[in-house]
Write a new protein. Structure first.
Lengths: 132, 150
């Protein structure tokens, strides 16, 4: 469960961005921005009728895919990501990755979040200790 | 809301130290948040690494609403996350109190092909455990669209 090798694929984790989870995260983050929970507001902004997923949730999915492989999240030393596009309520996504390199006991893992049959919406890099 | 002068905005925001504070994640919050994130099972009280950012936001001493106001934007302007960096020196745990300290490190204005004019504010926050060690660091950029310039 814990071994990593250069070129190893991080298997895709398929998730749906659910509006109930987005509403919960607005509370967890004390984030009053209505683009995350109010369809009328996103529509009024010209962003469509479906609220936009929290960035923190989009970040979580590729990290989930990584944890499913490495087991212990404490092994993640660093995570960096860029948000490339919006995810809206009801979108179905694949979070996955690939081990790019291993050096000095640290694996560099490319991670991403893709819309199923659509564009990449998040690109990230994780540094993971290869020792439990 | 009009577009603020970038030089004045930078002078006011960059170097601004947040009041800071503490955060503590209750076990039920750990459960609910991990469920919402679709997290695989995580043993013990260890928190999902996304809590580095969530905890930083909770403990920095200003709300997202106030942070948005510091950039002279509003909650209805469609503020979104830009680049995110999280460093984890030790995993965060539920039912442990962490001190949060830090502030704004950068603010720049960009023009995107689709989004148009926007301001990017970056802030860096350290999460300090009860033993005084920095357990994690969050460096986050917020993107403030300046729609009134469109």
């Amino acid at each position: 469960m814990s071994a990593l090798a250069v070129g190893q694929e991080i298997p895709a984790l398929r998730v749906e961005a659910g509006l109930p989870e987005m509403k919960l995260f607005s509370l967890i983050m004390a984030d009053p921005n209505p683009i995350h929970f109010d369809p009328e507001h996103t529509a009024a902004l010209g962003m469509g009728p479906r609220p936009i997923n929290q960035g923190t949730l989009n970040m979580a999915y590729p990290i989930d895919a990584l944890i499913a492989v490495i087991g212990d999240p404490a092994r993640i030393r660093r995570f960096q990501c860029r948000f490339l596009g919006n995810v809206v309520a009801g979108d179905v996504l694949d979070a996955a990755g690939r081990v790019l390199a291993i050096e000095d006991g640290v694996a560099t893992v490319e991670l991403w979040l893709d819309q199923v049959d659509g564009p990449r919406v998040l690109a990230g890099i994780a540094e993971v200790s290869i020792v439990d | 809301m009009s577009v603020p002068d970038i030089d004045a905005l930078r002078e006011r925001a960059v170097g601004h130290r947040f009041p800071g504070g503490v955060f503590r994640v209750a076990e039920y919050e750990r459960w609910l948040s991990h469920d919402a994130m679709h997290s695989p099972p995580i043993a013990g009280r260890i928190l999902h690494p996304v809590w580095i950012l969530l905890g930083a936001l909770r403990g920095m001493g200003v709300t997202i609403d106030e942070l948005t106001a510091l950039a002279e934007a509003g909650a209805h302007d469609g503020t979104v996350f830009g680049e995110t960096v999280m460093e984890q020196h030790a995993p965060l745990q539920a039912e442990v109190e962490y001190v949060v300290r830090g502030g704004v490190t950068d603010l720049v204005r960009r023009t995107g092909k689709r989004a148009g004019l926007m301001d990017l504010m970056t802030f860096r926050l350290e999460l300090v455990d009860p033993g005084g060690e920095v357990a994690a660091v969050s460096e986050q950029t917020f993107v403030f669209p300046r729609r009134s310039a469109a």
